[in-house]
Ligand binder design. Structure first.
Ligand SMILES: Cc1ncc(C[n+]2csc(CCOP(=O)(O)OP(=O)(O)O)c2C)c(N)n1
Ligand SMILES: [Mg+2]
Length: 376
């Protein structure tokens, strides 16, 4: 399943990395022209580093160090482009696959690891300046779009946007998926965002699948077209093109901050890996489909573009080494975390003792003790 080339699509880099803007991309070109070589290299570095982290985390789950891992593999350009378009004062509401978004804003990757290891019921403190206004991961689909809209309404009420000072005005960006777009919460969030004209960007990563359900089942119309029903402009972007993702996000965030109201972006991308480490995508999709999307790998595309602009082997080698070091550091720190005792899973289920839970905890303790006895 390959989405048709919609004439509304904003794309700057073709799949082979050549600079070939679509007609819809023309109006975004000044934003791309303003990027420096260092900016472009940063986009590439972000994508490579987080892919190494993501691969490492997938391995760690296989080694029994994590309960679960939702890979971001393939979605790096959508995420890097949009997060690099934010300003420090903006607030970000991720779902559960936004590893690039969170780490780029300053969240320690080990805090994401702690959530997926079952050690933490939140992950990090969004009010800690080190976390760059990144709100916590949300596994209940779409619920965080309401949090984001509520936060944006607060910005309106408190005069934190539309003051005319771009260095002070704030915006909210919320990340959700094609499957979540069918959730009632998302529609309520859009209604209220438009009613109150929140400074908000709804950033939909259409990775073509909601676990085993293809996007065609979710909607009879393109998802970006839904925005018009709420009175909100929307943009369709090639989410595997980091430059296009950056440019459309930058314009939408700048307009939202300035008081123009909420905006929607649909980033066409692909979940190259499994839904989570509990999923086996070979059960519901073809290798032909996977191969066709592998041809549009966001990192290979940017690699080819930078190479054509003259980036050196030394640059690419250095990025690869930095990515490997980053992933190694995460592995070492994960292995040192501890806390894998089964008893911890009972700690936060109910606020008061529950007879069933007490019984299960007793049974688990006996079971674990039987191993301890065997080893002695
Ligand atoms: C309210 C709710 N319903 C169902 C689920 C189970 N669930 C977890 S992920 C998922 C699919 C989500 O697909 P999508 O929004 O496209 O995001 P993706 O995983 O592809 O990034 C479902 C149905 C859930 N977490 N929350
Ligand atoms: Mg999806």
């Amino acid at each position: 399943m390959t989405p048709p080339d919609d004439p509304a699509l904003v794309r700057v880099l073709a799949a082979d990395g050549t600079f070939a803007p679509t007609p819809e991309a023309e109006r975004f070109l000044p934003l791309i022209d303003a990027l420096t070589d260092t900016d472009l290299e940063t986009f590439y570095r972000d994508m490579v580093v987080v892919r190494a982290f993501d691969r490492q985390a997938t391995h760690l789950q296989r080694q029994g160090q994590l309960a679960l891992w939702p890979p971001s593999l393939g979605q790096e350009a959508a995420q890097v482009g949009s997060v690099r378009a934010t300003r420090p004062q903006d607030h970000l509401f991720p779902s559960y696959r936004e590893h690039v978004v969170a780490t780029t804003r300053g969240v320690d990757p080990i805090d994401i690891i702690r959530v997926m290891r079952g050690l933490s019921h939140g992950g990090w403190d969004p009010t800690d300046p080190a976390n760059g206004n990144t709100h916590i991961y949300t596994l209940v689909l779409g619920s965080h779009t309401l949090h984001a809209t509520g936060y944006g309404m607060g910005m309106v009420f408190d005069g934190r946007c539309a003051t005319g000072d771009p260095n002070r005005d704030e915006a909210v960006i919320v990340y959700y998926g094609d499957g979540a777009s069918s959730q009632g919460d998302v529609h309520e969030a859009m209604v209220f965002a438009n009613t109150y004209q929140t400074p908000q960007v709804f950033f939909l990563q259409n990775n073509q699948w909601a676990i085993s359900v293809p996007v065609a089942t979710q909607s009879r119309s393109p998802l970006h077209a839904r925005a018009a029903g709420y009175g909100m402009p929307s943009t369709l972007v090639d989410g595997n093109d980091v430059l296009a993702s950056y440019a459309v996000s930058k314009l939408a965030l700048d307009e939202a901050r300035a008081g123009a109201g909420p905006r929607a972006i649909e980033a066409m991308t692909y979940r190259m890996g499994a839904h989570t480490t509990s999923d086996d995508p070979t059960k519901y999709r073809t290798s032909d489909e996977e191969q066709s999307w592998a041809q549009r790998d966001p990192i290979a595309r940017m690699h080819a573009y930078l190479r054509a602009r003259g980036a050196s082997d030394a640059f690419f080698d250095e990025v690869d080494a930095a990515a490997a070091a980053y992933a190694d550091d995460v592995r070492v720190r994960t292995n040192a975390l501890g806390g894998l005792e089964a008893s911890t899973m009972f700690a936060h289920v109910y606020s008061e003792p529950h007879p069933l839970m007490v019984e299960q905890e007793r049974w688990t303790a006996e079971y674990e003790a039987s191993f301890a006895g065997g080893a002695a």
